[in-house]
Design a binder for this molecule. Structure first.
Ligand code: B12
Ligand code: SF4
Ligand code: SF4
Length: 237
């Protein structure tokens, strides 16, 4: 049973566009962006219906997808702003991390000392909040929506009911994302908590292909591995 605060908070977040909301115990995450705020709120917002290049095999990124990608990502900041407002109005500390709003108030989210790596990973809050697991292609997969979700994170000291973490892959014997990747970037092992990204995916190969594929759209873009995933397909047109 969720308490009153949690219930009304989840309702509000769903009205503001979240499909999934989970509460995570962040104490196993070191370092934490705000050490005293040990509860994470994982928010998952569905991609627009025109999700992820339902044009498998096209040599260039589908411009309609790229537009939908840009647009749907814009929903994250209002959502985290609303979440922070609600928690603060209830008397708790809260900070949010969306698309252009970062925990790092100096205005950045990427860690310059590591290749294509942020200071904070939404996927970590999401697995700890029980929303899903890391698929073979290195992206969070949820049972209902598959990988077709944006992620955002709040941190707070509010007394919210913490979920049980997901600690291993539920991909089973499926390898569709690995088969779909045109450059062989998906290495193949099933995820377990503690694995590094490099064990799952060759990110240099992935990014080189995203650059090439997204040239026509002016934005690195791919996502064929996500489009191939059998989870969540029923929500896409
Ligand atoms: C840098 C970045 C990229 C890079 C690197 C991708 C990568 N996999 O790391 C590039 C430019 C290649 C990229 C591509 C894409 N990206 Co991107 N990207 C990011 C960004 C900004 C940071 C990711 C990062 O720090 N990676 C470094 C490694 C170390 O971390 P990680 O893989 O994210 O997460 C690891 C940890 O969370 C760990 N973990 C899991 N549970 C736990 C628990 C504990 C306790 C601990 C310690 C660790 C842990 O396992 C994960 C996998 O190794 C995030 C936003 C964010 N801040 O999270 C978006 C993000 C990951 N991207 C996203 C998307 C949608 C994409 C694309 C599909 C875009 C596209 N259409 O082309 C592709 C997918 C490519 C792929 N197969 O991964 C979404 C993924 C949503 C989801 N369902 O998971 C995110 C979360 C953005 C968002 N706000 O929703 N991206
Ligand atoms: S985004 Fe494209 S290049 Fe990167 S792993 Fe997925 S299918 Fe491969
Ligand atoms: S396509 Fe298959 S292997 Fe890849 S993430 Fe989805 S379920 Fe897992």
């Amino acid at each position: 049973m969720l308490g009153n605060l949690a219930e009304s908070f989840v309702d509000e977040m769903k009205q503001a566009g979240a499909a999934l909301v989970g509460f995570a115990d962040l104490r196993s995450l070191e370092p934490r962006p705000f050490p005293k705020l040990t509860t994470g709120v994982a928010l998952a917002v569905p991609f627009a219906d025109l999700s992820l290049a339902r044009l498998p095999g096209a040599p260039e990124a589908d411009p309609a997808y790229v537009e939908a990608y840009r647009r749907s990502g814009q929903s994250l900041d209002p959502l985290v702003t609303r979440g922070v407002e609600l928690l603060r109005a209830a008397g708790y500390a809260a900070w949010g991390y969306g698309r252009e709003i970062f925990f790092d108030r100096s205005g950045g989210d990427m860690n310059p000392s590591a290749y294509l790596c942020a200071f904070y990973q939404h996927k970590s809050t999401a697995t700890l909040a029980g929303l899903g697991w890391i698929g073979r292609m290195g992206v969070l997969v949820t049972p209902d929506r598959g990988p077709h979700v944006w992620l955002a994170t709040l941190v707070t000291d509010a007394p919210l009911p913490l979920a049980e973490a997901v600690n291993e892959s539920r991909c089973g014997s499926c390898r569709k994302c690995q088969e779909a990747c045109p450059v062989g970037a998906v290495k193949g092992p099933a995820w377990q908590r503690g694995m590094a990204r490099d064990e799952l995916i060759d990110i240099q190969k992935c990014q080189a292909h995203r650059r090439e594929r997204g040239q026509n759209a002016g934005l690195p873009m791919c996502g064929l591995c996500l489009a191939a995933c059998p989870f969540g397909g029923e929500f896409l047109r």
